[in-house]
Write a protein that binds this ligand. Structure first.
Ligand code: DGY
Length: 321
């Protein structure tokens, strides 16, 4: 019987995913779900053929350079890959994969939840009930912004963006988008393409971010671009905090330039900029876009499909490096 490949699994994964790992690999689990430091990760990777990290493990160039030679692949349990330095991995001949597709529905659900919650002031309503500040019904109490029929701008019309557009059409929203390349008219399904982000922004009653975090998209939503949104617009982010400049967003929420924001992702999670917590016009969630039972199983199986392919000498479906 051939020796099973050794896999370092950096976080506690769903039961069914760990069962498959246990069956097919010599897996090193993290049963306490402890967040490893870079030093621990490098030490625990000794003798491992592969690592299954999450976005919580920062595989910077420096960390990748220190990984033992045994590590031949990194199969991330995530679609986002901003936590992995792909060039450093390539330089060491380490194959890197991610888990696209399987979390698109769950993430679009959370984007829609944030959009609705921000527009209808869900946080304030929840808070009023829980903390006993709900007074008599009043015709002018907690007025929000109606979603139906409004213009939704989508920044990044990939898999998640396209599903978000579909869901938003259920609210009769008019879809506009900016993407590196224009979609086919079949995929556009009537959405209006803008060749430049600066052309899209003035058309957005709502803006939902669905592009990856890369050096090119870092702080893409800065003060200048937020200034191009119509007054009273609503911004939703389920992609990555790094795409938004915190200072610019907080200033726009404080001044009323933006009516509200719906945020599932932040810079420096979980130690986010404390100013966000002081603002009532934000509906916030703790990075749970893909957190459904179905999706987390599917992400794990997709990561393992990639690993299986690599270990058996095949081309993995989702190669990044
Ligand atoms: C992803 O898959 O990128 C999610 O943000 C969770 O890491």
């Amino acid at each position: 019987m051939s020796k099973k490949a050794v896999v370092l699994v950096t976080r506690k994964l769903p039961v069914a995913v760990e069962a498959r790992l246990e069956r097919d690999y010599d897996a090193r689990f993290n049963s306490e779900d402890k967040l490893y430091t870079s030093d621990e990760l490098v030490r625990l990777a000794a003798g491992a053929d592969a690592i299954i990290p999450c976005h919580t493990e920062k595989l910077t160039a420096e960390v990748i350079e220190r990984l033992p030679d045994s590590v031949r692949s990194i199969c991330s349990f995530s679609v986002g890959y901003d936590h992995i330095d792909l060039n450093a991995a390539k330089a060491r001949g380490i194959t890197v994969t991610n888990t696209p597709d399987v979390l698109s529905d769950a993430t679009a659900e959370i984007a829609m939840l944030l959009l609705l919650g921000a527009a209808r002031r869900a946080y304030e309503g929840e808070h009023a009930i829980r903390f006993g500040t709900w007074g008599d019904w009043s015709p002018t109490y907690q007025l929000g912004i109606q979603v139906t029929g409004k213009r939704l701008g989508i920044l990044g019309m990939g898999r998640v963006g396209q599903i978000m557009a579909k869901r938003a059409r259920g609210f009769d929203m008019e879809i506009h988008y900016y993407n590196r390349s224009r979609l086919s008219s079949e995929l556009e399904a009537g959405a209006v393409y803008h060749e430049h982000l600066e052309q899209l922004l003035p058309q957005c009653d709502f803006l939902s971010i669905h592009c990856p975090a890369t050096p090119e998209t870092h702080h893409l939503l800065n003060a200048e671009r937020i200034g191009l949104l119509p007054d009273g617009a609503i911004l939703v982010n389920t992609a990555r905090g790094a795409i938004v400049d915190d200072d610019a967003l907080i200033a726009a929420l404080r001044s009323g330039k933006l009516f509200a924001a719906g945020l599932d992702v932040f810079n420096n999670e979980p130690n986010i900029d404390p100013r966000y917590k002081e603002l009532e016009n934000i509906f916030m969630l703790p990075h749970i876009g893909s957190a459904t039972r179905e999706t987390r199983d599917a992400m794990g199986f997709r990561a393992l499909d990639n690993l299986d392919a690599i270990v058996s000498g095949q081309e993995p479906l989702d190669r990044l490096a």
